[in-house]
Design a binder for this molecule. Structure first.
Ligand SMILES: Cc1cc2nc3c(=O)[nH]c(=O)nc-3n(C[C@H](O)[C@H](O)[C@H](O)COP(=O)(O)OP(=O)(O)OC[C@H]3O[C@@H](n4cnc5c(N)ncnc54)[C@H](O)[C@@H]3O)c2cc1C
Length: 474
């Protein structure tokens, strides 16, 4: 049979499993599935297959295993490292999970929700809210990204400081393995010491070990009080001191602590209509603080005010505004949430999503400024992030007047300077977004040979024919 005919035969077999209408082959239909969010990677695919349940997913995977067809599992396709799209050979299928979006069970006594992998994150948050609970993972792509993608990338977001990342939210998983068997690990247990905890292998694996079809997730009490503030600080070291003081004063009620450089604020004020600076005097750095409390007993705003006053006396804070309404709080968040967009509108930039121990953040930012300016005169640093988790988005914007192509050509050299410095500080070159294609070739420089060897051993054992998202991570 010719390659063309065998591809056609395979496509019709997929159609027999999921329904012909759920197999897309037309190039125009494929394009959004083979193009990543940033438009940086444009691949090709044999077809897009959209299963409606776990049994269909398993049958599709079995067929791929028999025919040695690579599988790129995809949720909302909002990933930022090119992991959710296939290469250009056209040999892989995109397995789109977006039809699998039901809430299977809500167990209020156990504080858990069981959802299918294609559920959009915002819908899970809403389902939890309707039941007077909180699902705490929250990020700017929440209207499009899916739970399966969140688990496969171990997504973080703005509340990791209080609740942890996606890994901390997962109690159980259902996974279709590379040979098509279904592993039902959908347990709602907070304690289970019965050997290796297999679910953790799939979390953060970027679809390279199996297809997640459903998950049991933790729920929390909803916050009854929330208070937001925007404060200016002289430098990142003072921001870290302020965070420590806040934690001493209000403990776990610090749910977000975001660092924003003055240049980020300038970009947002320049490019985003309708936003405004909450403070009157400019400063080099700002922090966005959010405190939340599940009880009504201690007034939060008074606690925050007291803490900020003390910080002002100690000169860790130079000015601060506490939001007096939901609208004011939203306006402060809007400044933070629009940084990426404002940076995009300003022009070309080279992004780094890095993390390190909180105790190293200030020194990293200071040395980074010196090294980047020295190596790339005129480059403008866009520094912001979930600093409470030791996570900084350390982006480098082109010098004014430099052409995009010329600047982007220097990306490997810029990455080398930034990632080497991260490594010196005991950090990670990918805090939240993963490795995918984008950082795959950087990994061997920063992970030990032993760690990589263990990862490859696992991949070979679980996916011996390398059909699960080949070419990503390893
Ligand atoms: C505006 C914006 C803001 C963002 N902010 C954050 C942030 O604050 N924190 C953060 O962590 N990320 C952030 N991201 C990145 C992205 O949203 C997350 O990585 C998200 O978790 C990806 O989910 P998705 O459904 O879109 O996955 P996709 O992009 O479709 O896939 C991502 C990876 O997961 C795999 N995958 C998807 N579904 C499954 C499944 N069911 N089984 C197995 N593997 C699967 C894919 O193969 C791929 O490797 C942001 C992205 C955007 C565009």
């Amino acid at each position: 049979m010719s390659i063309h005919n065998s591809a056609r035969a395979l496509t019709s077999e997929f159609g027999a499993i999921v329904g012909a209408g759920n197999v897309l082959t037309d190039r125009a239909q494929l394009l959004p599935y083979v193009t990543d969010w940033r438009g940086r990677y444009v691949g090709n695919a044999l077809c897009v297959v959209r299963p409606g349940n776990s049994a269909e997913t398993a049958a599709v995977v079995r067929l791929c295993a028999q025919s040695n067809t690579p599988i790129v599992t995809q949720g909302g396709n909002t990933g930022l490292c090119g992991a959710s799209v296939p290469d250009q050979t056209g040999s892989a299928i995109v397995l789109s999970m977006t039809r699998m979006r039901s809430v299977r069970a809500l167990d209020l006594a156990n504080n858990t929700i069981c959802v299918e992998a294609g559920c959009v994150l915002a819908h899970v948050q809403q389902a939890a809210a309707t039941a007077e609970r909180l699902f705490p993972i929250s990020l700017a792509a929440e209207g499009s990204c899916t739970i399966g993608g969140n688990i496969a990338t171990n997504a973080g977001g703005v509340q990791v400081l209080r609740y942890g990342s996606m890994r901390e939210q997962v109690l159980g998983l259902e996974v279709v393995l590379p040979d098509g068997r279904i592993w039902n690990g959908l347990r709602g247990l907070r304690k289970d010491n019965t050997g290796y905890d297999l679910k953790h292998v799939f979390i953060g694996a970027e679809g390279t070990l199996g297809v997640i079809t459903a998950a049991v997730l933790k729920l929390y009490p909803r916050a009854r009080q929330q208070v937001t503030a925007w404060a200016s600080v002289a430098n990142p070291a003072d921001a870290v001191t302020l965070l420590q003081a806040l934690r001493e004063h209000v403990g776990e009620r610090v749910t977000a602590f975001e660092l924003v450089s003055h240049f980020c604020l300038e970009l947002v004020l320049k490019h985003i209509p309708g936003v405004r600076d909450p403070l009157t005097d400019a400063c080099s750095w700002y922090v966005l603080i959010e405190l939340s409390d599940e009880s009504n007993t201690t007034p939060l705003a008074a606690g925050l005010e007291h803490c900020l006053e003390r910080a002002y006396e100690q000169q860790w804070v130079t000015n601060a505004a506490i939001a007096e309404s939901g609208a004011q709080a939203q306006a402060m968040w809007s400044l933070r949430e629009h940084i990426s967009e404002a940076q995009r509108l300003e022009g070309a930039n080279i992004k780094h999503d890095v993390s390190m121990p909180l105790s190293h953040i200030a020194a990293f930012i200071e040395t980074g400024q010196q090294r980047v300016s020295q190596a790339f005169p005129g480059a403008r640093l866009v520094v912001f992030g979930h600093v409470g988790d030791g996570n900084v988005h350390y982006n480098v914007s082109a010098p004014l007047g430099q052409d995009t192509r010329g600047f982007l050509a220097s990306a490997p050299a810029v990455n080398r300077v930034v990632h080497d410095l991260v490594h010196e500080h005991g950090g990670s070159i990918s805090a939240e977004h993963g490795i995918g294609q984008l950082k795959r070739d950087e990994l061997p420089r920063y992970k030990s040979a032993l760690e990589l060897d263990l990862m490859r051993t696992l991949k070979r054992a679980w996916d011996p024919h390398n059909i699960m998202n080949p070419g990503k991570v390893l």
